[in-house]
Write a protein that binds this ligand. Structure first.
Ligand code: PLP
Length: 370
């Protein structure tokens, strides 16, 4: 093994992702590489599709992992559905809503936004008012805003769009695997996620799912999808059907890792996994309170897997994070945008969401805080 790899020390990953990876997932990554058209590998691909459909609670045939991180999933969803001048509404209350605005604008969409204060959720009534004034091809929202720790009301927004000819796009990069997602029941048409958060797999893949309405919109395009690599009408031919057509070389070993990570979640049982996230979150909030630390987000819309904690007056943000990493081998995240220097982002994602990790962090914080 090359020198730099020999000296990597494990870190307890308690930031906004990546999260800790189970040893069985790391072992899966080191299994022998097969050809991307090998029938044995195709069996693994088919199982991954099935696992994702189970976790998303969807019947969508077009459900597969895109090669690339969560942002590739984001690009993939927009680039397949947006054509020049399409009216799009993006609901923004953090960094990742803004990124969606940027992606849709680059594709030439006519983008309207509704902005909500960072640290507070999207307000369904405000969205309803906007939808009564104008019709959109697509409405997009981030389910779990990783930059602020806020849970957005996806089922409520989905209900507004139920009888409309509007596609509902949801970013579930941080929520998938850490809380319930009922894609079909909530009326989600377009979905993307990432592997490095609550799926507890290394970064590198992005599960996406398109409803029949989204597939119909893709098929009804007047112009070619402007990005060859992310064109789902081509990628589908590799992931579906009796004869698999080469599109790009699948990241074979990464897919072994995802197969194993999804299997761990489904074996543990979704409800147990979600309860484990919630229990770790409540424990963290309780114990932070004993240290005199306050949460940034109201309890009614806090994410269990991403905890935004106010940095107390006079405490040096960077110094605390550096000491946690160098002395205790624990990573937590800092704030982004307007919340930089104001909050720490403590992740309890996937395999990380365990009482012993909360204890370890609380002990370390107690030692490093002035
Ligand atoms: N969307 C959300 C909500 C995220 O938290 C992230 C990453 O943190 C992304 C999108 C982008 O994902 P990636 O960094 O894997 O490209």
């Amino acid at each position: 093994m090359n020198d730099l790899l020999q000296t990597i020390e494990p870190v307890t990953l308690m930031g906004p992702g990546p999260s800790c990876v189970d040893a069985s997932v790391l072992a899966a990554l080191s299994k022998p590489t097969l050809g991307h058209l090998d029938p044995y590998f195709i069996k693994i691909m088919d199982t991954i599709k099935q696992q994702l459909k189970t976790l998303l609670h969807t019947r969508n045939e077009l459900t597969l992992p895109i090669s690339g991180t969560g942002s590739a999933g984001m690009e993939c969803c927009f680039v397949n559905l947006i054509e020049k001048n399409d009216p799009v509404l993006i609901l923004i209350n953090g960094v990742f809503g803004r990124r969606m605005q940027d992606v849709a604008t680059r594709l030439g969409a006519k983008v309207d936004t509704l902005e909500f204060d960072w640290g507070t959720p999207v307000i369904v009534d405000v969205v309803q008012k906007e939808l009564s004034k104008k019709s959109y091809k697509l409405v997009a929202v981030v389910h779990a805003e990783t930059s602020t720790g806020v849970l957005n009301p996806v089922p409520g927004i989905g209900a507004l769009l139920k009888d409309k000819d509007t596609l509902f796009l949801v970013d579930a990069v941080t929520s998938l695997g850490g809380m319930e997602i009922l894609m079909d029941d909530w009326g989600i048409d377009v979905f993307y996620s990432g592997t490095q958060k609550c799926l507890s797999c290394p970064p590198g893949l992005s599960p996406v799912s398109f409803s029949p309405a989204a597939v119909a919109a893709l098929q009804a395009r007047k112009t070619k999808v402007p990005n060859w690599y992310l064109d789902l009408s081509l990628i589908m031919n590799y992931w579906e059907g009796a004869t698999r057509a080469y599109h790009h070389t699948a990241p074979v070993n990464m897919l072994y890792g995802l197969y194993q990570a999804l299997g761990l979640i489904l074996d543990e049982g979704e409800s147990h996994v979600f309860e484990r996230h919630m229990a770790a979150h409540l424990q963290l909030v309780r114990e932070l309170d004993l240290l005199g630390l306050r949460m940034q987000v109201d309890a009614s819309c806090r994410l269990p897997m991403l905890n935004a904690v106010c940095i107390p007056e006079g405490v040096d943000d960077a110094e605390i994070r550096t000491r946690l990493l160098s002395e205790y081998k624990i990573e937590i995240g800092g704030g982004l945008g307007p919340l930089a220097g104001k909050i720490w982002r403590i992740g309890l994602m996937g395999h990380t969401a365990r009482p012993e990790n909360v204890d370890k962090l609380i002990q370390a914080l107690a030692a490093v805080l002035p």
